[in-house]
Design a binder for this molecule. Structure first.
Ligand code: DP6
Length: 326
């Protein structure tokens, strides 16, 4: 039986060891594990009400979603309906504090928030591991946004995906670090992560990417446990650059960077030369995310803010997991 309208909120996350490639696209099962940090303040809030018949209706930032976007959300709600044993169609409305479709992983926050709001609205109370499994079906990286702080999403080995879920490695207060985000281009991204990953599998570099994952994950776990910013930052840069190298080798090729993206990378390396510990990461878009200590965040913001082509700079601390709002 469905209950009242329910609202939940979830934060985006930044992968330090990237998810890039699927062993099962239908179930969003990743080719490798990944490790992320959940970012405070960049969130998506979603209200779900299973209130009637007709098609599901989705309102995103006040505008009705149609086409592929609506289909993807409705397919996800079908999973929730099946699990809850209900038939009712839903009304879903979503608001974000993060610009959508520009490579800031808003789909992670969207599906983590939707998994929590929709299950509660359908009368189900899922524990976080089950919520992570469900969120993964909407968008792989959403499995990680169920938790706050430092999070690992396991590749898993089972074909049904029952062991491919995220788990928290450490809470946000384990280690106070900052992520400075340089927005270089606000146009919607050209190639979605979903399409990008399918293409990346054609790259001759893809097998090497998969082979290196376990070592990268082990190194990330150790540097998080030791709060070693240099080790974690160098590894995060390595993982991001390898991910983009896989795309360059694909057919057709994938290149998410703009000129300003590359200038930001050089600026980060120059900062390190000058003695500031700053390390970049880049996802399926042109924005640059820079990991640093809290006391260096202003210096990093100033340095990136003067790179030609950078439109806006913002800073995040670590944030918590998905939560009910009301
Ligand atoms: C580059 O989770 O958005 O941000 O599972 O197809 O929805 P789908 O992809 P998505 O991919 C995120 C890719 C990434 C790296 C990462 O977050 O690990």
């Amino acid at each position: 039986m469905s209950v009242a309208a329910t609202t939940a909120r979830a934060n985006v996350n930044l992968a330090l060891v990237k998810y890039w490639g699927k062993r099962d696209p239908a179930l969003n099962l990743p080719a490798t594990g990944s490790i992320s940090i959940t970012l405070g303040g960049l969130s998506v809030e979603t209200e779900v009400d299973f209130n009637g018949s007709g098609p599901d209706r989705f309102e995103i930032e006040g505008a009705e979603a149609v086409g592929d976007e609506a289909r993807r959300l409705a397919t996800f709600l079908d999973l929730v309906r099946r699990e809850a044993g209900i038939q009712e169609r839903a009304r879903v409305s979503t608001r974000a504090t993060v610009p959508r479709g520009i490579g800031l992983a808003s789909s992670a926050a969207t599906f983590a928030a939707l998994a929590l709001a929709a299950t509660r609205a359908a009368g189900l109370t899922l524990p976080p591991p089950a919520l992570s499994l469900l969120a993964r079906r909407g968008s792989g990286s959403a499995a990680r946004s169920v938790y706050g702080g430092f999070v690992e999403w396991h590749r898993g080995a089972r074909q049904d995906g029952a062991d491919s879920l995220a788990e928290p490695l450490a809470p946000p207060d384990h280690w106070d670090i900052r992520v400075v985000v340089a927005i270089t281009d606000t146009a919607p991204k050209g190639v979605s992560s979903r399409v990008g990953m399918a293409r990346a599998a054609s790259s001759p570099l893809f097998p090497a990417w998969v082979e290196g994952a376990e070592a990268d994950l082990a190194e990330a776990r150790t540097s998080i446990r030791k709060r070693d910013l240099e080790a974690l930052g160098l590894l995060a840069e390595h993982s991001a650059l390898k991910m983009h190298a896989v795309g360059l080798g694909a057919r057709p090729p994938l290149l998410y960077w703009r000129g300003a993206t590359i200038e930001c990378m050089h600026r980060v390396w120059a900062l390190r030369q000058e003695g500031t510990q700053a390390f970049f990461s880049i996802d399926a878009g042109p924005q640059v995310k820079v990991l640093c200590a809290p006391e260096d965040a202003i210096r990093v913001m100033e340095a990136l803010g003067t790179v030609p082509g950078v439109q806006r700079v913002l800073t995040c601390a670590l944030g918590g997991g998905a939560e009910l709002v009301r």
